[in-house]
Design a protein around this ligand. Structure first.
Ligand code: FES
Ligand SMILES: [Fe+2]
Length: 355
């Protein structure tokens, strides 16, 4: 089953302007461009003539995407034609569906119903922005990282607790047929950025998230309270973190940040606070991206690993990844080469030609 049966955010909307842009999703390449009305369009990035990447072409004044090799051009439905042989039929490229929402471009197969678009609305929360981060690792390794906060004191430096407080972390996790829910609570480490959100020394950091698979994302809800847990601090952050597989060894993170500010002073400063929230979450996620290179070759199977209580969601998430997202097991994907790096695949194909 193709993962294009789900809408994936593949590019920040502001990055698509006059030139076509190539994006990658689960081993396939797509080209995005804006037609004459400025609306985004997408095709499989392979010219039906002789397979040149259409992303190496240009957008004509009439909004059609022209191949850079022999000038065939296409409309948003993929209907194509050859300028040198106008009578040639069956010149169409495979069209995809693209939706511009929440500051991103979302890609899906042409027949996917619009109601499958994930909703990022949350009452009282306002969008602060969207950023992307590249994780040089397979999807399951990225997902494992975002399935636990046990690594917080070692990998991170701003949000969450220090090594001295690991003994007092409160933790709960629940598995469901369609999602995993996880909660952590611990003393917020001293951090200039968290003071910015009305957090006081000794306050508790709370992170509660839901991991879903249509497509793969962890939706983080972060807030702070006083040490009793009774008094909420005024800022809450909501960060839906989409993990978009590009190739077997690379995962694009598309992260949306929303903020809820229950304090008139913070509210007046909301643009500044929103920028601060974006910066803080982006730095935290970059910490994960930097460390992840060290574990990029972690196998999908957890056999032989000495797992602890914080790893419980990882096991369930692997099951849901297979059942709900891939629609097949990791072993089945591996058997058809979907989990191999492109260089391995090239070698395998070359090998089969020789045979
Ligand atoms: S390969 Fe695209 S026009 Fe020839
Ligand atoms: Fe992390």
């Amino acid at each position: 089953m193709s993962v294009t049966r789900f809408f994936h955010p593949v590019l920040r909307a502001s990055e698509l302007q006059r030139r076509p842009v190539q994006v990658r999703l689960d081993g396939e390449r797509y080209v995005l461009w804006r037609d004459a009305s400025g609306e985004a369009a997408a095709l499989v990035d392979r010219c039906p003539h002789r397979a040149a990447p259409l992303s190496a072409g240009h957008v004509r004044a009439d909004g059609r995407l022209a191949c850079g090799y022999h000038g065939w051009s296409f409309d948003r439905r993929g209907q194509g034609g050859s300028p040198t042989q106008p009578s040639l039929t069956r010149c169409d490229a495979a069209a995809m569906q693209v939706v511009e929402r929440y500051g991103a471009l979302w890609l899906a197969a042409a027949d996917v119903p619009a109601e499958r678009m994930p909703s990022l609305e949350r009452p009282g929360f306002e969008a602060a922005g969207v950023f992307v981060e590249h994780f040089m690792c397979p999807l399951h390794v990225a997902l494992d990282n975002f399935s636990e906060d046990e690594h917080t004191p070692w990998v991170h430096t701003r949000l969450g607790w220090t090594q001295a407080d690991v003994g007092s972390v409160a933790y709960a996790a629940s598995n469901y047929d369609d999602r995993t829910e996880v909660r952590y609570r611990a003393v917020q480490r001293p951090s200039a950025l968290s003071r910015f959100f009305g957090v006081r020394p000794g306050d508790h950091f709370h992170n509660a998230w839901v991991t879903r698979f249509d497509p793969v994302r962890s939706e983080y809800l972060i807030h702070w309270t006083d040490p009793s847990g009774e008094v909420m601090r005024p800022a809450q952050l909501f960060a839906p973190i989409f993990m978009v597989p590009q190739e077997a060894g690379s995962t694009l993170f598309v992260v949306f940040v929303l903020a809820k500010l229950d304090n008139p002073w913070l509210w007046r400063m909301r643009h500044l606070v929103g920028r601060g929230a974006m910066m803080m979450i982006q730095r935290e996620i970059r910490d994960d991206a930097v460390f992840i290179r060290n574990v990029a070759d972690t196998p999908f199977s957890m056999e032989g690993m000495r797992l602890g209580k914080f790893d419980k969601p990882l096991i369930h998430n692997h099951r849901l990844l297979e059942k709900l997202y891939w629609g097949e097991s990791f072993a089945e994907r591996a058997a058809r080469g979907a989990s191999r790096l492109p260089v391995d695949r090239t070698r395998a194909e070359a090998g089969s030609t020789e045979a």
